[in-house]
Ligand binder design. Structure first.
Ligand code: WQD
Length: 332
């Protein structure tokens, strides 16, 4: 089908997307600086697909590295994941986030232009939505900006750059605004196992299941929701990966944005209940103060992706929790 450069960072989402692209007969070159991932994941991708992805170690902060991989390969397009993604850490290291995410993206766009590569899928985020100016479920034309952390700011700024690239450099670009990716591959070979200390809900819950943590701290149970805990739109990582393949294969001209997706909100308390159900064990937690920067409800309006790009998400939160448990070796 096409030869694609995938700029990786942490391998959770990017490895699943690589599997879907290879299984759809695309040729994939992985570009990663290995700061937050491990090349052994390529062996697992080969175990699943029977195809060994091409791996090139490099850093998007280096124009030389990027020019090298574009000189060695003739790409039809790029799927750009690279970027730091921890909201809390971004508040402690804004310059690191600006350099990796914004400068790195600028470098990539420059080298794409030098080589006349005009197709791009970008890993954006629901954090670009201005939660103070609009209510969930967020539609793609809802107000964006007024971000509450440097991570969200980088995604917002990069989306502005991409609009310029579409207008002035004739690039065809699709931004996929991830909500909350969770779960693992059904082979149990790929999943979320962060090398750094996890901050996202699901990997933290898995550490409790594994006995690495005594209990989950629930950040606030006094929100204006049915049970007082925050609602999020948890998208199974396999559905999210397939959305990249479909977006690449159906890319039109210009600039498009899609929520990635489900449209259903699940509260933290409901996540605990579901995990107790699938593991058939009580799950220890305690209610503590709210976390700075959290919003009560973040759920996608899914009309556009379901009517213009693809269909309803296949997998739900229960499957995501079951797959995550299996991947972490806690099959019961
Ligand atoms: C989910 C809910 C917490 C941990 C961020 C980014 C988003 C995306 C996913 C990249 C919240 C609660 C969490 C814990 C808790 N990143 N929670 N105890 O903040 O919704 O989204 O990560 O694509 O862009 O903004 O995800 O998993 O951190 O939190 O109670 O120990 O779980 O308060 O309500 P978040 P999260």
């Amino acid at each position: 089908m096409s030869k694609l450069l995938l700029t990786w960072w942490t391998w959770f989402i990017w490895s699943h997307t690589t599997v879907e692209l290879l299984q759809a007969w695309h040729e994939v070159v992985i570009f990663d600086n290995l700061a937050n991932s491990d090349q052994s994941v390529c062996d697992r991708i080969q175990q699943i697909t029977g195809i060994a992805p091409v791996f090139v170690q490099g850093d998007i902060r280096s124009l030389e590295d990027l020019r090298g991989v574009f000189a060695d390969h003739s790409f039809d397009g790029v799927i750009h994941f690279a970027g730091l993604k921890a909201v809390g850490v971004s508040c402690e290291d804004p310059f690191g986030y600006y350099e990796n995410n914004i400068v790195g993206s600028m470098n990539l766009l420059r080298v794409m232009d030098e080589h006349e590569v005009r197709k791009l899928i970008f890993s954006s985020s629901a954090t670009v939505y201005d939660a103070a100016a609009s209510q969930a479920p967020f539609a793609e034309d809802a107000p964006t900006g007024n971000t509450t952390n440097p991570y969200g700011t980088t995604k917002f700024v990069i989306e502005q750059l991409l609009k310029d690239m579409s207008n002035w450099k004739q690039m065809d670009i699709t931004s996929l605004r991830y909500f909350n990716p969770v779960g693992a591959h059904q082979s149990w070979l790929l999943g979320e196992d962060p090398t750094d200390i996890p901050t996202n809900l699901l990997p933290v819950m898995m550490e409790v299941v594994e006995g690495k943590r005594e209990k989950l701290s629930v950040f606030g149970n006094d929100y204006d929701t049915t049970d007082g805990t925050c609602l999020r739109d948890y998208i199974h990582v396999v559905d999210l990966a397939k959305a990249h393949q479909i977006a690449r294969e159906s890319q039109w001209s210009g600039y498009e944005v899609y929520n990635v997706w489900t449209g259903s909100g699940t509260s933290v308390a409901q996540m605990i209940t579901i995990l107790e159900w699938v593991s058939d064990k009580p799950f220890p937690f305690e209610n503590v103060d709210r976390r700075d920067g959290d919003i009560a409800i973040s759920v996608a309006n899914v009309w556009k992706i379901e009517n213009k790009l693809w269909r309803k998400a296949n997998l739900g939160v229960k499957e995501a929790l079951e797959d995550a448990m299996r991947f972490r070796g806690k099959a019961w």
